[in-house]
Ligand binder design. Structure first.
Ligand code: ADP
Ligand code: MG
Length: 470
């Protein structure tokens, strides 16, 4: 660090810069790493008149938060390194006004400019009721795949540095795809790393109901007070607000005041902002200024991982083939996916039986509609092409006599699909391949019985089914 007196800088300021450097080392050891990274690293010494130190923080939120939570600590540590007891004020310093390290401080904001954002070192904030969050909905329990990677990354980033990364974060996607899970995970993480932050979690519907009740009972001030004072505002299913005239107006104002204070806001919805037609345009454009992340239905691999994770959390032993079978049969909704697993496990436990493929098939057949019922019949050419493409082979490879493992597998899969999907007879398939019908039957049966037992095969068939329009 630069120990020289800078142009225009006085002894006090030099002393402060030195003391702040040392204080940073002390603070790094006194607070946990995420807090240090999120809050202290970005703070800068601004001025020192011999008695009072002013420090700058990059957002009003950081400023208020450090003052409240770490004000005494900062004062103590800085006093120690300055060799005298000082007062400390933490002010919001917009990034362009912050002195660049190693350079003379840029023109400082005048005290008058600074004043409105100055946060006195307050005593403890009043206790804030902790939100009711599902203890299982944590980041650890959330399986990441291509379908939800962006939403998960956004959520983690926001949880690590509330108010400092994406704001607002907007997560959207169909039912049962993990939106609520991620919202709760953000809440858990923040409450763990920053237990004093006021985290509110509610649904759009709750907001609407509470607002209407407050209006009716003339408690509107208390209602406003409640939500406009939170540090982190997590609102689930905000589509309920769209179209409700007054509620939507109140919602906008609440959002706006939190947003302007640099508080973290996270929304979840079943549709993207542009489709929240009845929502305020001002609100929609604000959403677009933050991060909008969608969650799509998980692909086969992710469904397998989700089921494995769930089995592990529940402490149940589930054979792989049962997992693959369920993952294969249920797409679209993770809640349903897990529901099948749990009900298979429950049934096995009630009857004192092991969890088997048979049991899983029964549960699926009895309780869950198979959405693969609508078959379109692909042509034999389409089947061959799809298989060739999947394996990177040519039609000649598959129809010929090559016997490498890869080609044998592709050939058997092609035979299976020609029968299953293209609905050709064993004879017809035999003719295509120049084989007799018992060879075809053997290949067909082999694939059929390995399905669900073999993850690689199940995954391949699943992909091919999707390509072939099913
Ligand atoms: P949404 O709010 O989008 O309707 P939820 O968050 O309620 O969906 O998720 C439904 C169920 O699926 C929950 O039990 C949740 O834990 C689980 N779930 C969804 N996505 C995942 C995932 N990626 N990893 C683990 N569990 C998941
Ligand atoms: Mg939900």
């Amino acid at each position: 660090m630069d120990d020289q007196l800078h142009l225009g800088e006085d002894e006090n300021m030099l002393a402060l810069r030195r003391a702040w450097d040392r204080s940073m080392h002390t603070l790094a050891n006194r607070v946990n790493k995420p807090s240090f990274e999120s809050w202290f690293k970005s703070m800068k010494p601004v001025s020192f008149d011999g008695e009072r130190v002013t420090l700058g923080a990059p957002s009003p939120f950081a400023c208020e938060w450090v003052s409240k939570r770490y004000g005494n600590l900062v004062r103590e540590v800085l006093s120690q390194h300055l060799g005298k007891t000082v007062d400390v004020a933490i002010v919001y310093l917009p990034p362009e006004k912050r002195p660049v390290l190693g350079e003379p401080p840029a023109e400082e904001p005048s005290p008058a400019q600074r004043e409105p954002a100055t946060m006195p070192l307050e005593p403890e904030p009043p206790p804030f009721e902790k939100p009711a969050l599902n203890p299982k909905y944590t980041f650890e329990n959330f399986v990441v795949g291509n379908s939800n990677r962006l939403a998960q990354a956004g959520a983690v980033s926001v949880a690590r540095a509330p108010g400092q990364s994406y704001n607002p974060l907007f997560i959207y996607g169909g039912a049962g795809l993990g939106k609520t899970h991620l919202m709760h995970a953000i809440g858990h993480y923040i409450l763990q790393t920053h237990p004093r932050l006021r985290v509110a979690y509610l649904s759009g519907e709750t907001f609407a109901q509470q607002y209407i009740a407050a209006l009716r009972e003339q408690r509107i001030d208390a209602f406003r007070q409640k939500y406009r004072n939170v540090d982190v505002w997590l609102v689930d299913d905000i589509q309920f607000i769209a179209g409700k005239e007054h509620t939507k107006e109140e919602f906008f104002h609440t959002f706006n005041s939190l947003y302007q204070l640099g508080r973290q806001v996270v929304f979840a919805s079943d549709r993207p902002p542009r489709e929240l037609h009845a929502m305020d345009d001002r609100l929609r454009s604000r959403f677009e200024a933050g991060l909008i992340a969608d969650i799509a239905p998980p692909e086969f691999e992710t469904r397998v991982a989700i089921l494995q994770k769930r089995a592990q959390i529940e402490g149940i032993q589930v054979p792989d083939q049962v997992i693959y079978h369920i993952a294969y049969a249920v797409e679209g909704n993770v809640r349903t996916l897990e529901g099948v697993l749990i009900s298979v496990a429950a049934r096995a436990s009630v009857h004192g039986k092991p969890i088997t493929l048979q049991l899983a098939s029964e549960v699926l057949a009895r309780h869950y509609v198979d959405n693969r019922q609508v078959h379109t019949v692909p042509t034999e050419q389409a089947v061959l092409q799809a298989v060739c493409q999947r394996f990177g082979l040519t039609t000649q490879d598959i129809l010929g006599d090559q016997r490498s493992r890869e080609v044998l597998m592709a050939r058997q899969i092609a035979m299976y699909l020609l029968r299953e999907k293209a609905q050709l007879s064993l004879q017809q398939i035999g003719q295509m391949f120049g084989k007799n019908h018992s060879t075809v039957l053997h290949a067909y049966n082999r694939v059929k019985t390995s399905l669900s037992r073999d993850k690689e095969l199940t995954s391949i068939i699943y992909d091919l089914n999707s390509v072939l329009g099913n």
